[in-house]
Ligand binder design. Sequence first.
Ligand code: SF4
Length: 414
Amino acid sequence: MSSNNIPSSRRKCVGVKVGSVTIGGDAPIVVQSMTNTDTADEIATTMQVAQLARAGSELVRITVNTMEAARAVAGIRARLDDMGCHVPLVGDFHFNGHKLLTAYPECAQALAKYRINPGNVGQGKKRDEQFSTLIETACKYDKPVRIGVNWGSLDPTMLARIMDENARAASPMDAAQVMRKALITSALESAAKAEELGLGRDRIVLSCKVSGVQDLIAVYSELAAQCDYALHLGLTEAGMGSKGIVASTAALSVLLFRGIGDTIRISLTPEPGGDRSREVIVGQEILQTMGLRAFVPLVAACPGCGRTTSTYFQELAESIQAYVREQMIDWREQYDGVENMTLAVMGCVVNGPGESKHANIGISLPGSGENPVAPVFVDGQKTVTLKGDNIAGEFRAIVDEYVRTKYRKKVANV
Ligand code: SF4
């Protein structure tokens, strides 16, 4: 790790093309997500993939677990293309992937990448045959593969072998070290086998997911040191709500700071009826707050305190963040660099003007006992004082005007 406060340089790895997106190499760290619809339900899955892509997911994984699901994949791809949504689809296979990809060549072709779990490919001799079929299919259709090991489904034969070796060792490892070794061995041996079968290094991504923060950091630190494959980072079974967000952020931030990780997925459990896109937004915000990528202007807001007499400023901060996220879909098409814009919504005069001056656009709302006026600062200069019932609308208009006048218009591709 570097000794200063900036992230270490990225670990060098082989870049992997997944449709139009590159994982690893010199490419920016990719945010991806996964649907939770029944893939056999073509319409529901198409709509959720489109929703995740609209939120900024650069790859979307769908489960392919049954013949009906495999049969639906090509239709989902076609529907998305008809909608103008070209996000690459990744197929998630367990147990029967060799059968599904063989039975549905159009599924094998429509997917941009296959995810296979070496612990769920089969047992004994069958394991080798089924693994070979999966890799040969990837070679035939020129698709990359993520070899995704998960501690909840480690290959039992390999785990038994490592435990036996450990029992005979002069200085045996503890249980956590054995588990880490098993995860990494499974990933690296499977990758080596895939290469022997003809899959290039530039077609292989690895992951070793666990659900404990310290374990994840330890596993990926060791894995990163032992290979130059592109790495997919994610804390498996991160959980719901703030627990899932905090655990994922804690684990991924440490690894990303060390330059480890080429694509991330935040495995949040949505609340019933919750928005699946949350996992995309959290992934983007982790990368953006670490200064690794910029996706959407972020709004700095004070937490509020006894000096704020109403929820107005909280509502304004929330509505402005939602507004810029929504507008960003068009701004990204039209202007260069808007994602780097910074905004501040502050609750009173104590820190309001100061923080607002540090942002591209800031507003300092009136706190308790202050005049009911809200000075606005643009690039550090006070430009206008808003008052009345439409402060939010007028502030949005100032933001729109700033984007129109400060960012270079993109030249349309002819
Ligand atoms: S800026 Fe004002 S309202 Fe916001 S936390 Fe500080 S003192 Fe409280």
